[in-house]
Design a protein around this ligand. Structure first.
Ligand SMILES: [Cu+2]
Length: 146
């Protein structure tokens, strides 16, 4: 009988302990998650390019920057959406990394050396409009009141 009572007591004790631990853990995780989200900065800017291979090169260049969490280049809009930790990097570092891979951004002209090495289909037109949704909007504005 003693053994049974003892084991019941142990199980009860374990139950209480694990409940307490779970509550603490949950609170801790939530706090960390929120602070991580707050450190992330979302940025989008124009980048010239032609095709899916360009997309790979541009996104690889952006993701290669320490602190960049995600990069998504839109082939139709000639625009990249980047999410990065602004305590680790800044917008210019991302512009420069993409330019070094051979692609023009809104702020930095692409490296000519890298451009020469791009596959034929990727040799984009340097006069191409960037960030096209934005530029179309500004063209519309000239016809309307602004
Ligand atoms: Cu391409």
């Amino acid at each position: 009988m003693k053994k049974v009572i003892l084991s019941v007591a142990v199980i009860a004790a374990l139950g209480f302990t694990s409940c307490k631990n779970e509550t603490k853990k949950e609170t801790g995780t939530t706090t960390t998650g929120v602070s991580k989200d707050m450190a992330m900065t979302d940025l989008s800017f124009g980048v010239r390019g032609n095709c899916g291979m360009c997309k790979n090169t541009i996104e690889k260049a952006a993701n290669g920057v320490d602190g960049v969490a995600s990069a998504n280049w839109d082939v139709d809009k000639k625009k990249i959406d980047v999410s990065f930790d602004d305590t680790k990097t800044d917008a210019m570092a991302i512009h420069k990394a993409i330019a070094a891979s051979g692609y023009d951004t809104e702020k930095v002209a692409g490296s000519e050396e890298a451009y020469k090495d791009l596959p034929g289909c990727c040799k984009y037109d340097h006069e191409m409009m960037m960030n096209q949704s934005g530029e179309m909007k500004s063209e519309d504005h000239s016809n309307h009141d602004n």
